[in-house]
Design a protein around this ligand. Structure first.
Ligand SMILES: C=C(O[C@@H]1C=C(C(=O)O)C=C[C@H]1O)C(=O)O
Length: 290
């Protein structure tokens, strides 16, 4: 992809791109965007392209694109969308055992999860055909695919359609991943089983020549503090919109790691080395004290 970076002029707003999945609600819902910052929202592949083509200056992009363009991008040192173990929203829905996969449909919204699936398939010694095609897991399985990769809010809802409804007292740490003829393989859990490490799906990346203003960082850090303090209320609002039980969405959000701590960075570097051996050094922006 040809990528032309245009540094913002001093008069122009600093442009932020937000992937508007529920998994970033604890950061973005409470965020009061500071003056001089504009915001657009979209799915990962749209925000990845917007940053790489210079249409936004910072975005929570797919970590796979951050790795591929580490020569021109840096990332905030303390923000991530990471998980240790199950994530519930990066799912391979399949009707045959994994070794019998032949045709897999891939959502067009993803970059990192597709790359993670490719790494896992290589580690498992499997090589099904991978085809980008949009549609729900049920629709695409009915169209003859034996595996479907779905991410984000759609994947969470479709996982619950397969395994739900869950009893009120269902343990949130041993949620099912099977329903009828469909098995849901959680790619973050498979990464953990392979490496014992967290998986970083997204980082907040920006062009090295256009770092974010300190006000935006301070606002983001404050919003995350507030959002993590009111996870139940945030989960309740999004549960209504997603038509899922509040306790399921609350567990889903509680399960994320948003601070890019050392375990997350180790997992990220492990993935980068598997995805793109010899990649440019990954660069983290300045610690801006709030
Ligand atoms: C955890 C998730 O990870 C997302 C997956 C992405 C990708 O596959 O490119 C990008 C942003 C992440 O928020 C999710 O989709 O639910």
């Amino acid at each position: 992809m040809a990528s032309v970076f245009t540094a913002p002029s001093s008069a122009a707003p600093y442009r932020a791109g937000w992937i508007h999945y529920t998994n970033v609600a604890p950061i973005l819902d409470p965020l009061e965007v500071p003056p001089g910052v504009s915001v657009v929202t979209g799915v990962p592949t749209e925000m990845n392209a917007a940053l790489l083509e210079g249409r936004v200056d910072i975005a929570n992009i797919s970590v796979a694109e951050f790795i591929r363009h580490a020569d021109r991008l840096a990332a905030l040192p303390d923000f991530s969308v990471s998980v240790l173990g199950q994530v519930y929203s990066v799912n391979l829905f399949h009707t045959v055992p994994l070794p019998e996969l032949r045709r897999v449909a891939l959502t067009a919204q993803s970059a990192t999860s597709v790359a993670l699936l490719e790494v896992l398939l290589r580690e498992w010694g499997l090589s099904p055909t991978l085809t980008r095609e949009e549609g729900t897991a049920q629709e695409l399985l009915a169209r003859g695919y034996d595996g479907v990769l779905r991410i984000g809010d759609s994947a969470l809802r479709e996982w619950y359609e397969v395994v739900g409804p869950l009893a009120e007292d269902a343990s949130m740490t041993r949620l099912p991943h099977q329903g009828g003829a469909v098995t849901v393989t959680d790619l973050s859990q498979e990464w953990y089983r392979l490496t014992g490490q967290p998986f970083v799906f997204a980082v907040w990346a920006y062009r090295k020549d256009a770092p974010p203003p300190p006000d935006l960082l301070r606002a983001m850090r404050g919003a995350r503090r507030q959002g993590l303090g009111e996870l139940g209320a945030i989960a309740g609002r999004h549960a209504q919109r997603l038509e899922l039980p509040q306790r399921v969405v609350q567990h889903y959000l509680w399960n994320f790691r948003y601070h890019l701590e050392e375990p997350d960075r180790r997992g990220l570097h492990r993935f980068a080395d598997l995805l793109l051996p010899g990649h440019a050094p990954l660069e983290w922006g300045p610690q801006i004290t709030p």
